[in-house]
Design a protein around this ligand. Sequence first.
Ligand code: FES
Ligand code: FES
Length: 179
Amino acid sequence: MEVTLRVTVNGTARTVSVDTRMLLADMLRDELRLTGTHIGCATGNCGACTVVLSGRTVKSCCVLAADVEDEEIETIEALSKSATELHPIQDAFVRNQGLQCGYCTPGMILSARALLEENPAPTEDEVRHAISGNLCRCTGYHFIVDSILDAARELRGEPAPATAGTEGEALVGHGSGPA
Ligand code: FES
Ligand code: FES
């Protein structure tokens, strides 16, 4: 059965028709073409599909699209205008090599942002706890944790490390990264 939903996605009101069995992750990717939301496991384990639903991070493979009527959804695409105007957390991931294949990265970044909004000066343990629902098969997590701590420093207005780089921008939510 199809239902028609009104939702706000990345600040824009959208009307979308979905099958009542469709997952939010599939609605975002297949109906709205927001392919920065990745699907790794579709069982709620990996966190690749993390989005913000009315202010809270959720795993969008565990939410039925039909249940988000009148909700506000934010995906990784909302964080930056282009590959050259990245959010400070995205910048920090690039600078600190916090990504390799990039598959986990949008979910990691949204979880990191939720942490830093609540706790601008987290400890390493707090960062590791905050991303415990986001799995990464590539990095071993060290560089991801470094990236989030570096982003926290920058967002607090403290000087950023001098080892800036530009590679990897395509994998933090823009460009030709995994879709
Ligand atoms: Fe949703 Fe893995 S795809 S948690
Ligand atoms: Fe490949 Fe995390 S960078 S899964």
